[in-house]
Design a protein around this ligand. Structure first.
Ligand SMILES: [Zn+2]
Length: 261
């Protein structure tokens, strides 16, 4: 199992870091967390077959995390994706994806679907709105979501927050756990994502207090503690010991393989 940081930048264009996207490779399977600026270019650089991308999880709907989602949908198709592309994200994900398919790129899709039959016809994209809790269990790997707190001290109106959700994901496979969140500050949800994980391997990087940026926690599951995290909404006073959370003060360069697990 391998984790590759395809992008670690933010909203402002930075050719050295692109925008947030993380890739988990598990054998022939390639799972994307977010789809920020440059994701398909970065996948090409990493030597990942673009047609092999069929699963995407979105942490939240900031444009530096979903800006190139259209490119994932279209270029995975053009490069031979055989299955539906499944996209999971916070509430409103289905509406956003369907808007891209039916209103923004509908003519482009029709053009290539009907006018360029060598592509083999449109391969559907299926979006699913999710909430904290178990998300997917393929038998080979499973993923669950937790509500996490977005950084930068946002003080938004209740009306906005009713439409807003930021998720982190806990990925489990081969007795290992990877906890991934985007733009997240330390919070109970982040700790629950990493529950049972030991031997965090992302080095603590020195530097000034960071703005919120991708957080990737890696570790082996302690067998005696291997269990599903409690799926509770954020709140104060959660029990349990502190986990060895490691935050990326200055995220590693794009394309860096964080660790072999
Ligand atoms: Zn954000």
């Amino acid at each position: 199992m391998e984790v590759i940081l395809l992008g670690t930048g933010g909203p402002r264009p930075d050719p050295r870091r692109m925008a947030t996207t993380t890739l988990i490779r598990l054998g022939e399977e390639n799972i994307l967390i977010d789809a920020g600026r440059g994701v398909m270019v970065q996948l090409s650089k990493a030597g990942v077959p673009l047609g092999s991308i069929n699963t995407v999880f979105l942490t939240h709907h900031h444009f530096d995390h979903i800006g190139d989602l259209y490119d994932v949908m279209l270029n995975s198709w053009l490069h031979g994706r055989e299955d539906d592309l499944r996209i999971y994200g916070p509430p409103d994900t289905e509406r956003l994806v369907n808007t891209l398919i039916t209103q923004v790129y509908d003519k482009d899709i029709a053009w290539r679907d009907q006018g360029e039959p060598t592509f083999g016809g449109w391969k559907p994209v299926v979006a699913t709105d999710i909430i904290p809790g178990p998300v997917l269990d393929t038998g080979r790997w499973k993923i669950s979501a937790e509500l996490v707190s977005h950084g930068d001290g946002l003080d938004m109106s209740p009306a906005f927050l009713a439409r807003w959700m930021c998720l982190g994901f806990r990925f489990e496979a081969e007795g290992k756990v990877i906890a991934i969140s985007g733009d997240t500050v330390p919070c109970p949800g982040l700790e629950r994502l990493a529950e049972g994980a030991v031997e965090a391997r992302l080095p603590r990087l020195r530097g000034p207090r960071p703005r919120a940026r991708p957080v990737v926690l890696l570790g082996a599951l302690r067998a005696s503690r291997r269990r599903q995290p409690a799926h509770r909404r954020d709140g104060p006073g959660r029990g349990g010991g502190r986990l060895p959370l490691e935050r990326a003060a200055s995220p590693p360069p794009i394309g860096q393989v964080v660790a072999w697990l």
